[in-house]
Design a protein around this ligand. Structure first.
Ligand code: NAD
Length: 322
């Protein structure tokens, strides 16, 4: 039986990943600052504690795990990572976690570790044209991410790669592009665009309005969490040691995203625009490398994931409202 450690197991992706690993029959230890907010973890053991604390980290690594998934990070949507107000925490907290985890994983002789990087590492200059962003993996350098969150992810990618070179541990790195789905945070300031728009549409009265940040022409792609987990496991169990995009190539403008969510809500809502933190003008996953390396890439239509996410968020906000 595989023994697997999931760090960040109380978070959105960590919760889904734990479920999938349990379905496959692994023994799973999960660790996080907090338990999952919207479900009960299926991990065999769930340990709460702070991965910035070296002693806590050491206590988790009591065996040479077959696989370690390092998803814990101080993160959020644009309202958290692009305002500048949280930059010191983002850099300090997330870097400290990875420094501690790598040290412990190598000392415990773990064989392989997965690290969740982000599309936010790509240089701003490649993402100024909303219709033609360039996020091919090799364009990450010369580096110029538009946020400190992106710089920290880039530093950590390099940190993991140095451990692979010098410390006898195999490393797999995914650059996730906007993952969404049920069990993801949808309020409180750390939520991302799909969840925020689903919440706003679910709470709006028919005939009311739906607020979006910016002019709505900025573009993104969004990957449903099930395909994120599938890609993560395929990458982890491959021999690809370079960072790979895990994202959707179905790029939409934020105005288009809002229109799709309004259609799903079956309400008549008018879109209104508001100033807000935006990030780059355009971003889309480029899946040439993952297709070539893994013979796989995400294919699920955006609308299917939006429908599932809207239904889940609607059930949450309507219940808490009523
Ligand atoms: P999330 O915020 O839901 O999960 C992260 C978890 O890390 C949280 O449960 C949090 O409590 C935990 N954590 C933070 N600091 C900790 C600490 N000091 N000790 C222990 N646990 C701590 O985020 P997510 O969406 O599940 O993302 C998982 C990973 O994927 C993160 O590293 C994130 O940067 C990366 N990523 C996510 C996306 C996305 O769209 N969701 C995109 C790119 C990259």
């Amino acid at each position: 039986m595989q023994h697997i450690l999931v760090l960040g197991a109380g978070g959105f992706i960590g919760t889904h990943l734990t479920d999938r690993l349990k379905q496959e029959g692994a023994w799973v230890r999960g660790a996080d600052l907090k338990r999952p907010e919207f479900s009960t973890s299926t991990a065999d053991e769930f340990v709460t504690g702070d991965l910035r604390d070296q002693r806590f980290c050491v206590s988790l690594f009591d065996r040479p795990f077959d696989e370690v998934y390092q998803l814990a990070a101080d993160m959020g949507g644009a309202g958290f990572i692009f305002t500048g107000e949280n930059d010191a925490d983002i850099m300090h907290n997330s870097a400290t976690i990875s420094l501690n985890v790598l040290d412990c994983a190598t000392k415990a002789k773990c064989r392989r570790i997965f690290y969740s990087s982000s599309a936010c590492i790509y240089p701003e200059r490649n993402q100024e044209d909303p219709d033609n962003p360039d996020c091919r993996e090799h364009t990450a350098y010369p580096a110029d991410p538009d946020s400190e969150y992106g710089w920290e992810k880039l530093f950590s990618e390099r940190l993991y790669q140095t451990y692979a070179r010098n410390k006898n541990i195999e490393v797999r790195i995914a650059r996730y592009h906007n993952i969404f789905g049920p069990l993801g945070t949808f309020e409180g300031g750390r939520e991302k665009a799909p969840a925020a728009l689903c919440r706003k549409a679910a709470l709006a009265n028919d005939g009311g309005s739906l607020e979006i940040w910016g002019d709505g022409r900025q573009t993104r792609s969004f990957l449903y969490v099930d395909e994120c987990i599938e890609g993560t496991l395929r990458l982890m169990r491959s021999d690809i040691s370079e960072p790979l995009n895990i994202g959707s190539e179905e790029m939409v403008s934020i105005a288009d995203l809002a229109a799709r969510i309004i259609a799903i809500s079956s309400k008549s809502l008018t879109v209104s625009n508001k100033d807000g933190p935006l990030g780059v003008r355009g971003r889309n996953s480029n899946n040439d490398l993952i297709r070539a390396q893994l013979g796989w890439s995400p294919t699920a239509p955006l609308n299917d994931g939006l429908r599932a996410t809207y239904d889940w968020i609607e059930s949450k906000v309507v219940r808490s409202d009523g």
